[in-house]
Design a protein around this ligand. Structure first.
Ligand SMILES: Nc1nc2c(c(=O)[nH]1)N[C@H]1C(S)=C(S)[C@@H](COP(=O)(O)OP(=O)(O)OC[C@H]3O[C@@H](n4cnc5c(=O)[nH]c(N)nc54)[C@H](O)[C@@H]3O)O[C@H]1N2
Ligand SMILES: Nc1nc2c(c(=O)[nH]1)N[C@H]1C(S)=C(S)[C@@H](COP(=O)(O)OP(=O)(O)OC[C@H]3O[C@@H](n4cnc5c(=O)[nH]c(N)nc54)[C@H](O)[C@@H]3O)O[C@H]1N2
Ligand SMILES: [Mo]
Length: 780
């Protein structure tokens, strides 16, 4: 069996030279110099991501977990519901003892309750690297060693769109990854209307690896060619300077109404593309009657939309006319669907692009999600990248990913999802590796209560996240720089030999090594490991790529050549507009994989589900969570610029951007003045679910009535023993609502909620989020 130490045996010159590595933030190289880590971006990256600068301070930060730990209450009283999770002490334990204990507990659950009592969805971003991908590791372990697990489906990213799109457009990847590219925008687009923008802070990140950040350059080139960018949304910064965008400031949650008014304006002026609608869509006549107010007495015209969106009616009609007759691209950010009724703006964006007749044209049509993540709008590789097999799951049950607290709090209760009535299983044990639910979920006080019901919570982590602090068994894992792997993504050409640069921290071990030794306890080591060491796995995973390169008559380096180098570029497929282009050219010959083979403006399938909150065509449903006297502001809880989610919140780049140690919220000068708050003050943001502190930045780059606080500052209640304690560090998920987008998709709605904002004049409580909750022997 491979241990961390024999992995480290080969690379020895770590102090002398930079070694290749990669991350979700970009390809880079790193070295240890005089005990300090240095990182530098890949020389071929035109626009490197500064998030890699979180690595040096994070590597040996006190927040790292040094030893296996067990929660005192669990050890003393055994598995079972316990509301001291999150408030208890931890005791260190040796690896062999803790794995014996955990092996026994897994066997107990499996034998007494079956694998259907184990929740192993383990959602999260983990780290780059094709082999040490934590979700693949945990899923393979649970499949090979305990008979499977209840899984989660979909993502927090695209919970609503990934369920809606197959019904109305077809394949989700065809829409976000094989459609409009950055190359096409640079060369062809004449007007790009971006709802929620395409913020560079977001497209700097990709899941897996990214060797070139191209978005800034593409927008720059498009604009130099005369392309106009228009940003609709509450934040001016959602498009970069390079786009030279015009900002249409609008109310959050109102985009569906704005899109409807744009289409209404096209229709009443006879500017909609009847030919395209006829040839390529189904259901337009039904929708048109709704649009014109024939079914409900309310025309969805510009005056109607102005009252909802805050955008003047004449600006809406003028924008509609500008879109007509140009190569127009409609972009809808993921953020719009991470909200109540999030299905609607995604569907309506398609209708707008279809009414303009642009879907399938180079640089035109519907760029859903474009700019959210760096692997959208790229070319696909022409050969497969290494993939670690997860095996077969013996349990068929699943939940939509964001329904976790509902599941734990309401076992046996039924709920609706994608046309089905389903029942929440009774979960006894939750096992997490590579995600942080106490970062990603909403209404975290409620999630705390949900986790209290478990028999056992097991977490593999590299740092003392809030999830680790709620676990019964905490197993320390290596950070990417402490292990070897292969980096690559199906949308980035560079395949990277990821070299370790430093020994594992403390007693930390690879997830793979932990699972292999745990499988030993369950008698399944061979099934899990197939007898391979880490290096043998890397060679094994590399082989299909090499074979396909050779089959295509291309240079096909041996694993040894690959491993000794800095990485090499794989061939890529042409940027040909994918299935949507083919469909446009020949709708009958290349039908879409929807029930009718066409773009479905009206979906019989969705209508047949009978959900009031997601009818058969795009509908203005209006938010139920609206500002009122108690909570007069809309909080936009979006992605952070200086880190990925909660990862390395304690790193240098993330810490430096904070104000007096707190995450920074933004507010309009008029709102700040009305509340007696000044730039640089500490504010208390609250609603009926909880309260948190944040630093305040006053800026006219945000719409009045809106406050923005990014996610990812670590969970930090002033007093963890008190329910509804003040969170001192600026984590918006104490405030957000834990409700699904609709009965169709049950997606996450964390982006928007309503809050009160006040100046905080009390004594500032200290930040304790990174202090280990246990005495651990910290390595020198
Ligand atoms: N309010 C609100 N909430 C949101 C969002 C929002 O817009 N608003 N956005 C949502 C979105 S889109 C997403 S994708 C989620 C993201 O939620 P997550 O993906 O859960 O967030 P991360 O902080 O990336 O968590 C990854 C965890 O994996 C750990 N890790 C890294 N490498 C390894 C490894 O090799 N092994 C193990 N065992 N662990 C490792 C890291 O230390 C970290 O704690 O958040 C969601 N939450
Ligand atoms: N630096 C960094 N980049 C990331 C991530 C990260 O954590 N850090 N996470 C990655 C992940 S997992 C994902 S899924 C993507 C997420 O991609 P998105 O969900 O698109 O990203 P967000 O930053 O949450 O939101 C984008 C913008 O939408 C705007 N917005 C919010 N609500 C509305 C609305 O109702 N209407 C309009 N018009 N605009 C609105 C906000 O101003 C916000 O800045 O980002 C990825 N990129
Ligand atoms: Mo995401």
């Amino acid at each position: 069996m491979t241990t961390s130490s024999d992995q480290m045996s080969e690379p020895s010159g770590a102090d002398e030279s930079f070694r290749p590595h990669t991350s979700h933030w970009g390809v880079f190289s790193a070295r240890m110099q005089d005990g300090r880590l240095e990182v530098r971006p890949h020389p071929g990256d035109p626009d490197p991501n500064e998030i890699i600068q979180n690595f040096p301070a994070a590597l040996r930060h006190r927040a790292r977990i040094a030893q296996p730990m067990v929660r005192r209450g669990w050890l003393e009283r055994g598995p079972g519901p316990d509301d001291r999770r999150g408030r208890d002490e931890y005791l260190p334990m040796s690896w062999s003892a803790v794995l014996d204990l955990l092996g026994g507990e897994l066997a107990r659950i499996r034998d007494n309750h079956g694998p259907g009592a184990i929740f192993g969805g383990s959602y999260g971003w983990a780290s780059a690297g094709r082999f040490h991908h934590a979700q693949s590791q945990i899923h393979r372990f649970l499949n090979t060693s305990v008979g499977g697990y209840v899984r989660s489906v979909n993502s927090y990213s695209s919970g609503a769109s990934s369920v809606l799109v197959p019904h109305v457009i077809g394949d989700y990847e065809d829409l976000v990854k094989r459609n409009v590219s950055w190359e096409q925008i640079a060369a062809h687009s004449e007007i790009v209307l971006a709802f929620g923008g395409m913020a560079l802070k977001n497209s700097m990140v990709a899941g897996g690896s990214i060797s070139k950040h191209v978005e800034r350059g593409a927008m720059d080139r498009a604009r130099a060619r005369g392309c106009q960018f228009v940003l609709v949304g509450p934040l001016r910064g959602d498009l970069p300077e390079e786009a030279g965008a015009e900002w249409v400031s609008s109310n959050p949650g109102s985009d569906t109404a704005l899109m409807m008014a744009l289409v209404h304006t096209l229709v009443v002026n006879g500017l909609h593309d009847r030919g395209f609608l006829e040839r390529c869509t189904i259901g337009w006549p039904i929708f048109e009657r709704y649009l014109l107010g024939e079914t409900d007495g309310q025309p969805k015209d510009a005056a109607w939309a102005a009252a909802i969106t805050g955008v003047p009616a004449d600006a809406i009609t003028a924008l509609a006319k500008r879109l007509h007759g140009q190569r127009a691209l409609i972009v809808v950010a993921h953020a719009l669907q991470r909200a109540e009724h999030g299905e609607q703006p995604v569907w309506m964006g398609m209708v707008l692009a279809a009414a303009l007749g642009q879907i399938g044209l180079p640089g035109g049509g519907y760029g859903y999600g474009l700019g959210a993540i760096a692997y959208y709008g790229r070319r696909y590789n022409a050969v497969p990248v290494p993939t670690f097999s997860q095996g077969r799951n013996g349990v068929s049950d699943f939940i939509p990913v964001a329904r976790i607290a509902d599941m734990l709090l309401n076992p046996g209760t039924s709920y609706r999802y994608n046309g089905q009535t389903r029942t929440y299983p009774e979960i006894k044990l939750v096992y997490w590796a590579g995600g942080n639910p106490f970062h990603h979920h909403q209404d975290l006080n409620r999630l705390r209560q949900a986790f209290a019901w478990l028999d056992t919570l097991v977490v593999h982590e590299l740092a003392w996240t809030a999830t680790a602090r709620h676990a019964d068994i905490v197993l320390p894992c290596t950070m990417t720089l402490e292990r070897e792997d292969i980096g690559g993504s199906s949308n980035d050409p560079l395949l990277v030999p990821m070299q370790p640069v430093v020994e594992p921290y403390g007693e930390a071990r690879d997830d793979y090594a932990i699972f292999a030794d745990l499988a030993e306890r369950l008698g399944t080591r061979q099934a899990f490991t197939e007898g391979r060491s880490v290096r043998q796995w890397l060679e094994h995973l590399y082989e299909p790529t090499r074979v396909e390169l050779a089959a295509q008559g291309l240079p096909a380096p041996s694993f040894q050549e690959f491993w000794a180098g800095e990485g090499f570029e794989l061939p890529q497929l042409p940027d040909d507009g994918g299935r949507l282009r083919k469909f446009r050219e020949d709708p009958a010959g290349h039908p879409l994989p929807t029930p009718t083979g066409k773009l479905e403006i009206y979906s019989e399938t969705i209508a047949s589900f009978g959900e009031a909150d997601c009818p058969g065509h795009p509908t203005w449903l209006g938010p139920t969570n609206v500002p009122d006297k108690a909570s007069p502001y809309v909080l936009v809880a979006n992605q952070p610029r200086t880190r990925l989610h909660s990862q390395f919140d304690f790193g240098g780049h993330s810490s430096e951007a904070k104000h007096r140690g707190r995450e920074v919220a933004s507010m309009h000068p008029a709102d700040a003045a009305a509340r007696g708050i000044a730039d640089g003050d500490i504010v208390r943001i609250s609603n009926e679910r909880g309260a948190c502190l944040a630093g305040l930045r006053v800026t006219d780059g945000i719409r009045q009535g809106v406050i923005q606080l990014p996610t990812g500052a670590w969970y930090d209640p002033a007093d963890p023993t008190e329910d509804k304690s003040l969170w001192v560090h600026g984590n918006p998920n104490v405030l957000t609502r834990d409700v699904g987008t609709s009965a169709l998709a049950q997606g996450c709605t964390g982006q928007l909620t309503t809050v009160q904002v006040e100046r905080f004049d009390g004594n500032l409580p200290p930040i304790q989020a990174y202090d280990p909750p246990a005495r651990q022997v910290v390595p020198a």
